[in-house]
Design a protein around this ligand. Structure first.
Ligand code: HEM
Length: 423
């Protein structure tokens, strides 16, 4: 078991792999990433009898994520994270498949989850956010996670999947248990592993039921469309439809919640940057990219080596694991000017800053990126237009006890209505 962390991350004597995974580092994991990058940006470790390399630099990240020799299937008996081969955490489809299966599934789901589907949600997102802001401004002091960051992506993912509003709460609970469960088993308690299995079973049963209802009365939602693909050209099996529904919920919900809550925290901590946005709300899309880069909701992307290959002169053999440290690559000083600073104009320049990897890269590039960007753009636009004061209150914000997906558990803030002056 990992021992208690010391106060100075760089003086922690444990292997950097364990330090990087340590939930106690969640409030600020960046000093340890810097230490890893500077000591050895492709450091290898033994884990459960397998070699695992931490990929810490921007350039090596791009190389790994685009190299087909690095696969994503968990592949029982190959993953050092799931020594018992149990990958039942709702992410088996798409994310954990390699070509040719991945190519087929991605093509089919992209046919249903289109730019038009996402754009059509904009008016609903705006009216939901307006209502939530009305309530938050009236209250004056709120937990921004509960009041804003969670309800918007939860409502939208349910709307997209055709899940009735009455079931939103249980959906949110399953997603939270499953996202905690994607961490390596060595970080989880037996109760958390059991909870993951239970939530995956319950979610599966729910979607089976939904599919029966949708077959009888199809709608315009994604589940109806995936079922139609299954029924008409037999290109998707029923279990593939089920797995796709789960992956959309599990991959799409907590990540977006964390982008929004992390973004609110960044603005509250950087009043000068908030003032820039207030003066020019057209900067919001650039600010959202900077929120993603500066504090990525997905901190680690795992890969398994499918055939021998080489990155930056370092050999990788079949069966080894690679763990891309997204949070580190996004702050690599070799490509980002002042990488630790939060600068809302960073992606507004010409040419814009180099890309971040918060949505990944290559064939698994986030399918829901346009939806996450749209939700965040609408929330932050309305937030900067409508609020005057936006400050942190009470004790410091707390982080959830999880490693791969990083996010706030609570974010107490004070909000006031913006005084627009006379006229
Ligand atoms: C800020 C919000 C989000 C972040 C930071 C994020 C991040 C990511 C990342 C890093 C990957 C690639 C993982 C890898 O290469 O192993 C990914 C893939 C994926 N994301 Fe997202 N995501 C977000 C929102 C969403 C939303 C809203 C949805 C769906 C509604 C979604 C669905 C997916 C799916 C299905 C994949 C797998 C794609 C594939 O394997 O081909 N994500 N996401």
């Amino acid at each position: 078991m990992p021992t208690a962390p010391t106060s100075d991350p760089t003086s922690d004597r444990r292997p950097p792999l364990l330090v990087a995974f340590d939930a106690a580092r969640q409030a600020d994991p960046y000093p340890i990433y810097r230490a890893i990058r500077e000591a050895d940006p492709l450091a290898g470790y033994e884990l459960a009898g397998r070699r695992l390399t931490l990929v810490a630099r921007h350039g090596d990240t791009a190389a790994v994520l685009q190299d087909p020799a690095f696969g994503h299937g968990y592949q029982p008996n190959i993953s050092p994270f799931r020594p018992d081969g149990d990958a039942d955490d709702g992410l088996e489809s798409l994310l954990r498949t390699d070509p040719p299966d991945h190519t087929r599934l991605r093509r089919l789901v992209s046919r249903t989850f289109t730019a038009g589907t996402v754009a059509a949600l904009a008016p609903d997102i705006a009216s939901l956010v307006t209502g939530l802001l009305d309530v938050a401004l009236e209250a004056g002091e709120v937990d921004a996670v509960k009041a804003l960051a969670r309800p918007v992506p939860l409502r939208m993912i349910c709307r997209l999947l055709g899940v009735p509003a009455a079931d939103e709460t249980i959906f949110g609970e399953w997603a939270q248990v499953l996202i905690r469960g994607i961490d390596p088993d060595f970080l989880l308690t037996p109760d958390q592993v059991a909870g993951r299995r239970r939530a995956a079973r319950e979610l599966d049963a729910y979607f089976r039921d939904l599919i029966v209802r949708v077959r009888a009365r199809p709608g315009t939602d994604l589940v109806s469309q995936l079922v139609a693909v299954h029924l008409t050209d037999d290109a998707l099996t029923q279990s593939e439809v089920l797995a796709l529904c789960s992956v959309l919920l599990v991959a799409g919900l907590e990540t977006t919640v964390n982008l929004i809550s992390g973004g609110i925290l960044a603005l509250a901590r950087h009043p000068d940057q908030l003032a820039l946005l207030r003066a020019d709300p057209a900067l919001v899309p650039s600010a959202v990219e900077e929120m993603l880069r500066h504090d990525s909701p997905v901190q680690f992307i795992p890969r398994t080596v499918l055939r021998d290959t080489e990155i930056a002169g370092r050999g990788f053999s079949r069966g080894e694991g690679a763990l891309v440290l997204v949070g580190s690559a996004n702050r690599d000083p070799e490509v980002f000017d002042q990488p630790d600073r939060f600068v809302v104009t960073r992606y507004a320049g010409s040419p814009p800053a180099v890309r971040h990897f918060s949505f990944g890269l290559g064939i698994h590039y986030c399918l829901g990126a346009p939806l996450a960007r749209l939700e965040a753009a609408i929330i932050f636009r309305l937030l900067v237009e409508r609020t005057g004061e936006l400050t942190l209150i009470g004790s410091p914000p707390t982080y959830l006890n999880q490693s791969i997906i990083r996010g706030l558990g609570t974010l107490p803030v004070r909000l006031t209505t913006r005084d627009r002056g006379p006229g």
